[in-house]
Design a protein around this ligand. Sequence first.
Ligand code: SF4
Length: 420
Amino acid sequence: MLDHVPASGCDTRPILRERGQREVFCGLTGIVWMHRKIQDAFFLVVGSRTCAHLLQSAAGVMIFAEPRFATAILDERDLAGLADAQEELDRNVARLLERRPDIKLLFLVGSCPSEVIKLDLHRAAQRLDRRFNGVRVLNYSGSGIETTFTQGEDACLAALVPELPSTDSAQLVIVGALAEVVEDQWRRLYAAMGVTNLAFLPARRAGDMPAVGQGTRYLLAQPFLAETARLLDARGARHIPTLFPLGAEGTTAFLRAGAESMGVGAGRFAEATAAAEARARAALEGPRARLAGKRIFFFPDSQLEVPMARFLTRECGMEAVEIGTPYLHRAHLAAEMPLLPAAATLSEGQDVERQLDRCLAARPDLVVCGLGLANPLEAQGITTKWSIELVFTPVQGYDQAADLASLFARPFARRDMLRV
Ligand code: SF4
């Protein structure tokens, strides 16, 4: 199915909507970065051997550490076998929690096999939560039927929101898993502006999750948190619309919007951020020299495509051919969309064969895509960048702006070296 429709609101750019076969990872992939973020949480996937293989290969780097995720493999069984499956799950959880008293938050993560779909993981989580004192047990789905890879983070945070304590105090909450180095930088910048009532969701430890309520204003650090935002709104918190914190421009807009919501004046904001912004702009000069004038094509994968394209075209001089994203959240991307180059095609959803045809016809210099498409495109002589790297690497904030640009410059450097 293919149709051109104008975007809602004041942005009238046509959007190519596609609803065909798609090539993306499922939401289980989010566990790979979420388990590093919440340091006393454990993710128990209830799934098949395929799920276990996916996690093992995606998170191969964890092999030397005490793992904080595992897969409880549920083999094929009929309805009568489901009662046994519940008991088996309880036994597995009991064994795990006895062996690992450091676990304070346990996520039961659903997947796609039909046996898992039949199992009521929400009730299982409630039952286990009552049974194990001192360990919060929650559930969410990382199934490939319902989620693309970054939506796993959204589903995980959405499971946390109803559990957060209540407060009506005025505070700023930054929502989305960020590298600690980024959080620390932003804490310092906000402290320099006098903003100390600042919290992050998720927190690094289960017991430190922020309270939320009427006085909460929140910034979304990631564009893929639609459900989390909806639930925060339902708790009385208010979203602050702005750019996402990619590049110097995005970071300044993002931090400024948060500062304004806390009553910080323009002078104080500029005083606190000017040096860091100038450093970021200067550091971008190097990668910009390699990227300027290069044509880039985004396949839909991480939902980071729109802010990423805005950064690469406005701050690195690239030309966007197509900006594909799995889902376009009009309200959350309202500040981003008018900054995209008018000539680029904006597409939502995927029909992979059609998109490959468009890509091959356009012959871009660089394609951002999932792992499954990278090899066939490289074989056609097209340079690629794996979009999954963008969520594994700290890319938000001033000090990371040049690193982010370098991620895109590196494939060109590699290609040049191979040519030599
Ligand atoms: Fe595959 Fe579904 Fe398991 Fe993801 S959740 S690894 S898509 S079976």
